[in-house]
Design a protein around this ligand. Sequence first.
Ligand SMILES: NC(=O)c1ccc[n+]([C@@H]2O[C@H](COP(=O)([O-])OP(=O)(O)OC[C@H]3O[C@@H](n4cnc5c(N)ncnc54)[C@H](OP(=O)(O)O)[C@@H]3O)[C@@H](O)[C@H]2O)c1
Length: 320
Amino acid sequence: MKILIIGINGFLGHAVAARSTAQGMEVFGLSRSKTPNRQVKGTYLVADRTSSKAIGEIINVYNIDVVIDVLAMKLPDTQALISELDGHIAQYVMLGSSDVYRNYELLHGLAQGTPTSNSIDEDSALRTTLYTYLKDRHRAAAGSNQYLDEYDKIPIEELVRTLATDWTILRLPMIYGPGDKQRRFSWAIGHMVRSDEPLVMPRVWAEWITTYGYVENVAEGIALTIGNSRALKRVFNIGEVAPVNHLEWSRRIAEVLGWNGDIEISDDPTIEFAQRLSSLDLSVQFQIDSRRIREQLGFYETVTITDGLTRTAVDERVRG
Ligand SMILES: NC(=O)c1ccc[n+]([C@@H]2O[C@H](COP(=O)([O-])OP(=O)(O)OC[C@H]3O[C@@H](n4cnc5c(N)ncnc54)[C@H](OP(=O)(O)O)[C@@H]3O)[C@@H](O)[C@H]2O)c1
């Protein structure tokens, strides 16, 4: 099976290439840089996703069976890409996000209403608001986050469901691991590697439950869907099996780092940590139910939480 990973040079693309190669797939991957910024598995190709014709040619020349689209973020360029590949490949795998769910807009105070109180499964309510990153004023055109003005996975999911080619939509959790640009656990790791002083955490943050996934485990879930007849025309959540709150995450991280400081819970809204969270309604929990991919495709985590956190902490230390 020949697969093409669009965005192989990044955090997820690189991990998916490693996992797919290990499963015996023939991997091709494209990014814009002339040379990959890390060692990637498979054949590295230079192309821009926005040049849909060039990608159509790659699909023809290399007889690609499955496209894994890491970069389905904006509807217009995804429309162009999809019209180029539809009917020419066997499967299109869209890497989506759990930010499509209703709880996301409630968490960010973008809508009023009752959150999904239990674990969020693939049939749970979606957001009623679109383009949630579009703030009052548009970002500077040259800025690296400018794409967020047009970012929304909901219209793209709708488009993908209309394809003639078989498709799979994967809704991903908050991903951590080496190379994570968002540095999901830096609030704990950063403090613990620098200081023996107590880690002081706002209560709402300590008690908040959201769903994470370690990058190699998420890549394992993605790779399981490739060429899998049980994954066609299906939507799957990917995420850890039993989400815990941040107090528990900080204890896990302390254990991995051998950090013996105190963890303190604060109700003071003026501390800097609390100020950073002020735009969020952390009474809205964000527990993603990943039973479908576990029961139907046999997904399970191959990297333990301890190993995943250890690798993440090593990377955080190097980055300083
Ligand atoms: N990280 C999370 O927690 C999380 C959670 C949910 C969903 N997701 C989804 O995961 C995806 C992001 O994956 P990631 O974290 O791996 O991103 P990433 O680290 O930014 O990697 C994307 C790679 O794609 C390449 N690229 C960017 N624009 C390109 C273009 N126009 N044409 C070709 N290549 C291009 C870049 O390399 P070059 O500069 O060399 O081109 C970059 O290294 C998004 O779809 C996001 O919604 C992520």
